[in-house]
Design a protein around this ligand. Structure first.
Ligand code: SF4
Length: 285
């Protein structure tokens, strides 16, 4: 019987995602132009569907030829390569750059050390748009690694950065491996503060509860990391995209007294509230 719900202290929309979503909605308000986001603004269908209803649609690289000076393109918080930015600008469309400042800071570091002759290593998911965008700042020459297992034939001068939503343990592991192989290693722990706070809160909360709900999209890198962290502490960790995914058995199991809730940086408040409402209504807390 659920007696207590513990909401992780830091959860839900981060500063960078909120800024990108607000920028899109504000640009749409007083504009007669078509507003596009370059790719899905966040990895959450609830948010992107909501934007579509407001007339804000997505555009991808192969569709840039349909843009004109009457259009506006919003660069999402993940950022893009310099080449992609130039391509979008060359269409004549107005560009609003909502790249998160934490991501822009990584771009600057990569460019600086690449120009100084360092081999760039990016720790993260090679298919994630943030990593693809960052790699463009060193002419797509970075070695991308998750855990350091593919780091062979390194140059002696190496600069390591990490995807903003990566786990600290992966950063530590790669830095350790590279430090034993190379003589000049420059490291930047570029995991953003929003990620650090959300991961720490998720870890703390998941240690105290019988069931842990992680709210967000399975496409979301940062939400998936929260899920992995919670699984280590609570063997009844459940990934839910919305309140309808909450399994009924958690309300019937007499050994479940405390339930924890966290949410990824791309999960909007209204989805979190629906999850909390459902738990409260079903358990009569
Ligand atoms: S997760 Fe961090 S880097 Fe990514 S948008 Fe949010 S604040 Fe910016």
């Amino acid at each position: 019987m659920i007696k207590e719900v513990i909401m992780a202290e830091n959860a839900g929309f981060c500063f960078g995602v909120k800024r990108a979503v607000d920028t899109s909605i504000d640009s749409n308000k007083d504009s007669n132009t078509n507003i596009y986001t370059f790719g899905p603004l966040v990895h959450n269908k609830n948010v992107t569907n909501n934007l579509k209803e407001k007339g804000i649609n997505e555009i991808i690289l192969s569709e840039l030829n349909k843009l004109s000076s009457c259009d506006t393109v919003i660069i999402r918080s993940h950022g893009v390569t310099p080449k992609v930015m130039e391509l979008i600008k060359s269409t004549g469309a107005r560009v609003i750059d909502a790249t998160c400042p934490y991501v822009s800071a990584i771009h600057k570091k990569i460019k600086k050390y690449y120009d100084l002759g360092y081999q760039i290593i990016i720790i993260g998911d090679e298919n994630h748009p943030e990593v693809i965008g960052s790699n463009g700042w060193c002419d797509d020459s970075a070695i991308i690694t998750k855990d350091g297992c593919n780091l062979n034939n390194l140059s002696q001068k190496v600069c390591i950065v990490v995807q903003t939503t990566e786990k600290k343990e992966n950063f530590d592991k790669v830095v350790d491996i590279v430090s034993n192989k190379c003589s000049d290693v420059v490291t930047f722990n570029t995991i953003c503060s929003a990620t650090k706070e959300r991961q720490a809160s998720a870890e703390e909360t998941s240690k105290k509860v019988d069931v842990m709900l992680v709210v967000g999209s399975k496409d979301s890198s940062n939400t998936t990391k929260l899920y992995e962290i919670c699984c280590k502490n609570c063997n009844k960790t459940i990934f839910v995209e919305s309140s309808s995914d909450i399994p009924e058995w958690i309300f019937r199991n007499e050994y479940i007294n405390r339930i924890g809730v966290t949410a990824g940086a791309s999960t909007p408040d209204w989805i979190i509230e629906q999850v909390l409402d459902k738990i409260n209504n079903k358990s009569n807390i």
